[in-house]
Design a protein around this ligand. Structure first.
Ligand code: SF4
Ligand SMILES: [Zn+2]
Length: 367
């Protein structure tokens, strides 16, 4: 991995590493008993493959993403390292985290009339044995199959760790459950992905991984980063639009659009403080999705979802800082995601209009 030459972005990588050391220095040292509980877990409404349902999400605390810890330096917008242990963590803790979340939520799941998607995220790679061992994965599979109502499972992994053996094993263990492997592609553009985001991933390697998943009857969910650093609003729309259209051609199952949010001790936070980066406007995100759906009947084949972190705040996707302006956009986006009806985004400016639209129009080509 470290021997591959991705992009000549050594200055950016140097900076990222400085912020990473800061993040590690400031990192909290977790006590043993804290390691037996996940970072967080929750149940909320979500879009399942064909209808509305619920998500049961568990964010596990692991050693952390190997790309972020290793010589590659990690991605320019990612601050997840602060939630990781960075040092090796005993796998028994990870099994305990799973048990804890299930014990807390099992009653609610059993009583619920809705079906569920279980999302197990570890701010890194589910298939990376240094984060989650093979025996821990087997342990989780057993827990999943004995829990009723779980119809779909989503895990995330860098493509480096997706192998035939791991997919076969997972598919066999979760026989009647729809599985989606989520991959952070961020953009179909190799230059933006590697030079600006420092993702350390080539499109051709991504293609191999998605073909492998499909061959095993496993769905693919692709994360796109909306407005990577060094792009203005208009370029962000263009970049994300071309990514959506390309991914539709590749017949991915789900596109999850993540508008960039400013995380602590990252290169993007540094640019944000220097007024060289502004998190995206809702107007841009809506425009991009609507345009993609006008060009092609995307939603017939692909589900598009987006559940932005920090939405409506200065550090997350926002319009002006008026509460009603942002809450209207958040509501429209949520309705669109749950129903997959694009009219929720098209109609959005008819139901509510704010004068910040003029400011947006003036700014969008500059920052
Ligand atoms: S965005 Fe994903 S791949 Fe990149 S450093 Fe963070 S966890 Fe690792
Ligand atoms: Zn506004």
């Amino acid at each position: 991995m470290s021997t591959k030459k991705f992009s000549d972005n050594s200055l950016i990588v140097e900076k990222i590493k400085i912020f990473r050391s800061k993040a590690i220095k400031k990192k909290y040292n977790y006590e043993e008993k804290q390691l037996d509980k996940p970072i967080s877990f929750w149940i909320k409404e979500d879009r399942l493959l064909k209808e509305k349902g619920k998500e049961f999400t568990i964010i596990l605390r692991t050693r952390g993403c190997s790309w972020a810890i290793g010589p590659g330096g990690g991605c320019s917008m990612c601050g997840y390292i602060q939630d990781s242990t960075v040092e090796k963590i005993d796998q028994a803790h990870i099994k305990n985290q799973i048990d804890y979340a299930f014990q807390e939520k099992i009653e609610e799941i059993i009583k619920d009339k809705d079906d569920y998607v279980l999302k197990i995220f570890n701010s890194g790679s589910f298939f990376d044995n240094d984060e989650i061992s093979e025996s821990t994965r087997d342990y989780m599979y057993k827990q999943i199959v004995k829990t009723p109502k779980i119809r779909e499972v989503v895990i995330e992994s860098r493509v480096d760790y997706i192998t035939r053996e791991k997919l076969t094993k997972m598919k066999r263990a979760l026989e009647n459950i729809y599985i989606e492997v989520a991959i952070g592609l961020e953009t179909v553009n190799d230059h933006i992905r590697n030079a600006y985001i420092n993702k350390g991933l080539f499109f051709k390697d991504f293609l191999e991984a998605i073909h492998l998943c499909k061959k095993h009857g496993i769905g693919v969910r692709i994360y796109l980063l909306f407005k990577p650093p060094f792009l203005n609003e208009q370029s962000a729309i263009d970049d994300c639009l071309s990514s959506i259209l390309k991914l539709e051609e590749l017949k991915v199952n789900t596109i999850s659009i993540n508008p960039l949010n400013i995380q602590k001790n990252t290169l993007t936070e540094y640019l944000f403080y220097q007024n060289r980066y502004r998190p995206p406007w809702f107007y841009s995100l809506f425009k991009c999705i609507v345009k993609a759906c006008h060009e092609r009947d995307i939603l017939k084949e692909v589900r598009i979802i987006s559940s932005p972190s920090g939405a409506g705040t200065k550090r997350g996707i926002h319009n002006c800082l008026k509460r009603e302006c942002n809450s209207h956009m958040i509501k429209s986006l949520k309705n669109f995601v749950l129903t997959q009806d694009i009219n929720h985004l098209i109609r959005s400016d008819k139901d509510y209009s704010c004068d910040c639209l003029v400011k947006y129009q003036l700014q969008k080509r500059y920052i």
